[in-house]
Design a protein around this ligand. Structure first.
Ligand SMILES: Nc1ncnc2c1ncn2[C@@H]1O[C@H](COP(=O)(O)OP(=O)(O)OP(=O)(O)O)[C@@H](O)[C@H]1O
Ligand SMILES: [Mg+2]
Length: 432
């Protein structure tokens, strides 16, 4: 935004400078300057008048008229008695063949001659004169005022556009951060053409799509629960009847599959519930080390026997304000992943910082490839599916953890564990 502002201002200045030069070139360069032409005519008339005075009343009367005229018009009057005293350009201009007998040099000094007399005369504008200084100042002031008004006009224009773009930008940022209800103001004083309305239409469509998607997932998950339960129940009944060993193993596979489907639906329902911003958190202050020590027994039972679980606390009591159930679920998901991927060891480290706590979960598994790091928190994303066959689940676990962290104003990140060589997941939660 600031860049657009500075660029617009720069363009404005360049336009102004170009306009001034273009004006100079047009008026003084390629066309006749009528102001100078008029001055030439006045000078010629003046010279003729003086010629008449000199011819009728003598040169001295003419000189005194010149003196009087120059004094009254704030000019310096000079007499040159021979051509040798004149600057070369003036001498050439006032040669015998010049019928007008006048010449203005670059400083607007008027040089002239009277026929029949050897002397040359000049009127130079008196730069010390107060009136001339004021005229000069007025001319400059006009230019300064023109430049200032140009800049003020440009600034106001840029500010008005900047303000509107900023409002629209804020609405888009809020939308991008997940506030699907964010809309741009469409009142005349805040909108940028039809852009605000177009953004609002687009936002409404996206919101509608996302909401219908959520509703559909929720409905499908709910609806599938009953038939799955029925299949499971019927398979259990069938298991009680007289079956040969092959039939029995098929039925057991059916039961295992339905259990897996049930688990997946549970996770899906949990995810859609978390996605729903209306979900209320039951916040309470508790000691995280106590919660982890309790969960430790469950985790010990869940892990494969060859995996060593090591839990460390950097301070004796680590208090957090969080929803106990959700935080337990988040930790379960990350630790279960670590158990799935670790070769032989998993370490959980809790550390209290200034205004937040950090929970590090290290494992010595294959780690998460760089290309997957930004995606593993997306729902249904399973990295290296072929390689992790039998290990990977539905790809919902980490997206649930991320949602829980966000709801607690915290975060979860993944990196490489320097200690164990596998993955390192870091959960950050504010303590107040
Ligand atoms: N500790 C880990 N080491 C290596 N890869 C991991 C680790 N944890 C997660 N991943 C990768 O991230 C992917 C997503 O994890 P996530 O927990 O979301 O899904 P999942 O474990 O496959 O399924 P679910 O948790 O839903 O049963 C996993 O499929 C896996 O590829
Ligand atoms: Mg998982």
């Amino acid at each position: 935004m600031r860049r657009i502002f500075v660029e617009s201002l720069l363009v404005l200045f360049i336009c102004f400078i170009v306009a001034v030069f273009a004006y100079e070139w047009l008026v003084y360069g390629i066309t006749t300057d009528y102001e100078f032409l008029l001055e030439d005519y006045e000078a010629m008339a003046h010279q003729q008048l003086l010629q008449n005075i000199a011819d009728n009343q003598g040169i001295e009367a003419a000189k005194s008229a010149m003196q009087q005229f120059s004094t009254q018009t704030e000019q310096l009057f000079t007499i040159y008695h021979s051509v040798a005293q004149l600057p070369a350009s003036v001498a050439t201009a006032l040669n015998q063949s010049n019928p007008t007998r006048i010449f203005f040099d670059d400083n607007r000094t008027l040089w002239f001659k009277l026929t029949g007399y050897a002397a040359f005369f000049s009127y130079t504008p008196d730069s010390q004169s107060i009136i001339r200084a004021k005229v000069e100042l007025e001319n400059n002031l006009f230019l300064i005022f023109l430049a200032i008004s140009f800049v003020i006009f440009g600034l106001i224009n840029i500010f008005l556009i900047y303000r509107r773009v900023r409002l629209l930008e804020q609405a888009t940022i809020r939308f991008a951060q997940g506030d699907l209800a964010s809309r741009a103001d469409t009142s005349g004083s805040s909108s940028l053409g039809t852009l605000n309305r177009t953004f609002n239409d687009m936002a409404s469509r996206i919101m509608h799509l996302v909401e219908s998607n959520r509703a559909l997932t929720n409905a499908v998950a709910h609806e599938m629960r009953t038939p799955i339960f029925r299949i499971q129940w019927q398979a259990e009944l069938l298991k009680e009847t007289a079956l040969n060993s092959e039939q029995m193993s098929t039925i057991q596979e059916v039961i295992a599959d339905t259990e897996e489907m049930e688990q997946m639906i549970d996770e899906l329902l949990h995810y859609t519930k978390l996605e729903n911003s209306g979900q209320r958190l039951v916040m309470e202050k508790f000691d995280l080390s106590a919660l982890i020590n309790r969960a430790k027994h469950r985790w010990q039972k869940e892990r494969r026997h060859n995996i060593a679980l090591d839990i460390r606390f950097n301070s004796s009591k680590v208090f957090v304000i969080a929803d106990k159930k959700l935080l337990t679920r988040a930790l379960d998901n990350v630790i279960r992943n670590a158990f799935k991927f670790a070769k032989s060891k998993v370490r959980v480290v809790c550390s209290e910082q200034n205004n937040h706590i950090e929970i590090f979960i290290h494992d010595d598994g294959p780690g998460v490839d760089k290309k997957h790091k930004t995606h593993i928190f997306e729902p249904f994303y399973v990295a290296d599916q072929a390689r992790n066959k039998g290990v990977s689940g539905y790809g919902l676990g980490l997206s649930i953890v991320q949602k829980i962290c966000e709801q607690h104003r915290g975060s979860i990140t993944v990196s490489d564990s320097e200690e164990f060589g596998g993955a390192l997941f870091t959960l950050k939660l504010p303590t107040s």
